[in-house]
Design a protein around this ligand. Structure first.
Ligand code: XUL
Length: 524
């Protein structure tokens, strides 16, 4: 019999389902919906609503559960084999919070299949909206929490990250300050991941350690809610937080609603959900030291699996618990694809022409360096965008093309120095990862092998792999993560970009110069 596992990914813009046949080592189904296009009545743009000043960014939790019904109906119409799914898990955008009242669990336990979940859960929220990771309205709350915890360094030691505007604690604090009576009516505060897991088990689900690390509320060492952080955030908060659990936890059997409505087996196991970045870590196969990944998308992220706990006391990067129970780092850049596109479009280049310039110009850019803050940057923190060019001007096409790409990877290398496990293997995903000329620059700068990975939805894939591991661990005894990943990943398609040793020196010199220039503009 087929042994299928389902992974769902509720990202900012849509919901994706991936089913894998673990024994055949194959992705057998992939289906996505887009919130703006498929759930038009919610009126979102790119899956969110944005306040006039651009600072508050939020979504509607009802839309996410409607998306589950919509996607499953679509799968049912295509005869998706729901009855063969042995276990499922999920992934969701990180940091966003969902506020439910005491009706939530009661309604969940008795959902009827004649109506949609969203219709039945309409009154189960104490706050209609859910702030998401793009929100940057909580600067004041961040400084208050940071101060209560004894400053930036302590905040990092306690929670693994400095206090960030998009993280859950400052978001919860703001809600408590601005809408105290709604806060009062809140029974449970979920992350998007634990909220959706709750739907699938028919009661409040725990928050897994990996996604819990993105809240500024969990102690990164003890993996428990940290009393100091909880106190610094809002009164009686501990009562409203779900328990924490390891990411591999089997939460229980699937809510009968899904059995009756879509034909899941009543024995389908539901595994704890987690955040999209932790799920991607698994989906890309990072379960060993010195393995890292770069996701080159709207924003670029760089993340590492870490055997040991390292802190970035500069406060730029984050440390999360990994779904394997170890650690992972995450560095998030705003100047990703959009910045690359600005340069490409300024010179009316196609991507092919852009690549040709990279292939035919000298690594090191003849000493020219760009600091590419086309947009406000998170790493390093640059609130007011400005592009700096050293040794060339904005009309020099070659130097600009090479300049932007070298700057992005030099910055990644520089700002990940605090991770003492140096990468030898870097997986590349995301839109720009199909461009081998760009990846060659990355390989030369990092002096590491870059693997170009064909599967685009690594978060949903990670969730399906996590559900397979928890299921087989239970029925066949625990196995190392590496065994699972190796078994599955070796069958996937990769192309390999090797670092060219002859450019090692050029780039190590250039990195020092880049650091000097960065300091000169940041601290002037
Ligand atoms: C990570 C972060 C984003 C969201 C996107 O810290 O904010 O990557 O998880 O979904």
């Amino acid at each position: 019999m087929d042994e299928l596992f389902l992974g769902l990914d509720c990202s900012t813009q849509g919901l994706t389902a991936i089913a894998i046949d673990f024994n055949a080592k194959k992705v057998t189904w992939k289906e996505s919906i887009n919130f703006d296009a498929d759930l038009k009545s919610y009126g979102t743009k790119n899956g969110v609503y944005v306040s006039n000043n651009g600072k508050k960014v939020f979504s509607n939790p009802l839309m996410w559960i409607d998306a589950v019904d919509y996607l499953f109906a679509k799968l049912k119409s295509k005869n998706f084999p729901f009855n063969k799914i042995l276990a499922l898990s999920g992934s969701a955008q990180q940091h966003g919070t969902v506020y439910v009242n005491e009706k939530f669990e009661k309604v969940l336990a008795s959902l009827n299949t004649n109506e949609s979940m969203a219709e039945q859960l309409n009154d189960a929220f104490s706050r209609e909206i859910a702030p998401v990771w793009m929100d940057s309205s909580t600067t004041m709350e961040c400084s208050e929490i940071r101060k209560s915890l004894g400053g930036k360094k302590n905040a990092i030691k306690i929670t693994g990250s400095d206090i960030f505007e998009r993280f859950s604690a400052p978001q919860i604090k703001k809600f408590y300050i601005e809408e105290p009576s709604k806060y009062e009516n809140t029974r449970t505060i979920h992350l998007v991941s634990s909220f959706l897991a709750s739907i699938f088990i028919g009661k409040n689900a725990p928050i897994d350690h990996a996604d819990g690390s993105g809240m500024n509320l969990m102690n990164i060492k003890t993996r428990k809610w940290d009393a100091r952080a909880v106190k610094a955030t809002a009164p009686n908060l501990l009562e409203n937080l779900p328990p924490l659990c390891p990411s591999e936890r089997i939460l229980g059997k699937i809510n009968p609603y899904f059995v009756k409505k879509y034909g899941f087996s009543p024995n389908t196991l539901v595994i704890a959900w987690s955040g999209d970045n932790p799920n991607s870590l698994i989906g890309i196969g990072l379960v060993k030291e010195r393995h890292a990944a770069m996701s080159l998308g709207t924003s670029d992220t760089y993340f590492n699996y870490m055997k040991k706990l390292f802190y970035d006391f500069k406060g730029e990067g984050h440390v999360f618990v990994a779904p394997t129970g170890d650690y992972m780092s995450l560095i998030c850049y705003k100047n990703g694809s959009l910045a690359r596109e600005i340069v490409k479009n300024k010179f009316n280049l196609s991507w092919q022409e852009f690549s040709e310039i990279l292939n035919t110009t000298a690594p090191g850019n003849n000493g020219n360096i760009m600091l590419p803050y086309f947009f406000p940057e998170i790493v390093p923190f640059v609130p007011n965008p400005k592009v700096y060019r050293f040794g060339f001007d904005e009309d020099d096409m070659e130097s600009n093309v090479r300049g932007i790409i070298e700057a992005q990877f030099l910055s990644m290398k520089l700002h990940s120095k605090w991770i003492k496990e140096k990468p030898i293997k870097i997986m590349a995903t995301g839109g720009a990862s199909c461009n081998e000329a760009i990846l060659q620059v990355a390989a030369d700068i990092f002096q590491a092998i870059i693997y170009k990975f064909e599967i685009t939805n690594s978060a949903a894939l990670g969730a399906s792999l996590r559900s397979a591991k928890s299921y087989y661990d239970q029925v066949k005894g625990t196995h190392a993560w590496f065994d699972y990943i190796n078994k599955f990943m070796n069958e996937q398609d990769f192309s390999v970009i090797k670092p060219r040793k002859e450019f090692r020196k050029v780039y190590s010199k250039m990195l020092k110069k880049y650091e000097k220039f960065e300091k000169s503009v940041l601290y002037k």
